[in-house]
Design a binder for this molecule. Sequence first.
Ligand SMILES: *Cc1c(COP(=O)(O)O)cnc(C)c1O
Length: 397
Amino acid sequence: MTDTRVPFLSFADAHGELADEFRAVFDNALATGRFIGGPVVADFEQDFARFCRTPFAVGVGSGTDAVRFALIACGVQNGDMVITVPNTFIATSEAISQAGALPAFVDVDERTYNMDPEALRRFIEHECVRTGTTLTHTATERRVSAVVPVHLYGQPADMDAIGAIAEEFGLKVVEDACQAHGARHRSAPGNTWRRAGALGHAAAFSFYPGKNLGALGEGGAVTTSDEAVAETVRKLRDHGQGRKYYHDMEGYNGRLDAIQAGFLQAKLKRLEDWNTRRRECAARYRELLGESPGLTLPFVPEWAEPVFHLYEVQVAERDAIMEHLTSRGVGCGLHYPVPLHLQRAYADRGYGEGSFAVAEKLAKRLLSLPMSAELTEEQQQYVAGSLLEFSPKETPA
Ligand SMILES: *Cc1c(COP(=O)(O)O)cnc(C)c1O
């Protein structure tokens, strides 16, 4: 066993300085007995809406809840089809299925790793027909009602292009912003920088501990500028109740609890700084790793300001390099080793090797290096040095 020299992720430093604030949140919950809902949740929702520059934020139980509730509130119905990408965490497609729809995948862009707007257009033009205002997937006769771009690794997808296609074909856009708290996108209307969460009809955030804004447990939020969507999400998270024991619909148990909301409120105050530090770490990796042959660093379009939830390098001998880094005590990860369309869960969908060439290539080549607001310059030098010293093993002829 090698000692870990640079952990992939560590909470200790960030949480250490917040310990007293966390204790105050807990003491307050004990004193007031408000564990679910109440003023702390409402306050956090206001703070998070302000952070995202959206009128509404609704706290929910997880990022998966957030995607599911956002889709339902945007009008996705049982039997619909919803389009997303194959290189994401399975929660994206699970939430689509749980909303009653069938997830359909389109491939991603070679450089940004996010949804390729041209692939989205090809799917719509080749596999769907439009009658009136309804888009129908020809083979399954399902209504196509929404598209879920994922801001993967903390970098916004090409929302201008995706938004224009969605508008043309009458689709709702639900951002999967679960990795992108605070990321910005320069948008065509006015060429203004807008934040993830304000780039579609609704957006889903996760507060899973490892995310850029993480609870000390589970949590999530839906943001939107549409009051009716916010109102529906409020009901969906709480058994469809408009008021206690009066149910306008069947909903879910999908609430954000007050203790987590309090913890999140304390951490949200630091998020801007933490995201800045992540961007600085990304810039330092670029300095340290430079133009090394065989190594592709993240590409950032001029209209995107990412928050580097993960720092991905693309390498040919990925598995050997990962083994090498692990042997040097550098924690690294794979996000994600198998694209969704090749997962056993979707074996019955008729996808196979070659269905989404870019996503498949990336799954074989991407490696996540240590990235956090606490990463030090020395640690990054050690990671970069360990990576650059790798040389492929002689393979017998
Ligand atoms: C984490 C994540 C989710 C799910 O969030 P949970 O809070 O774990 O339910 C959804 N989509 C993406 C892209 C994620 O990274």
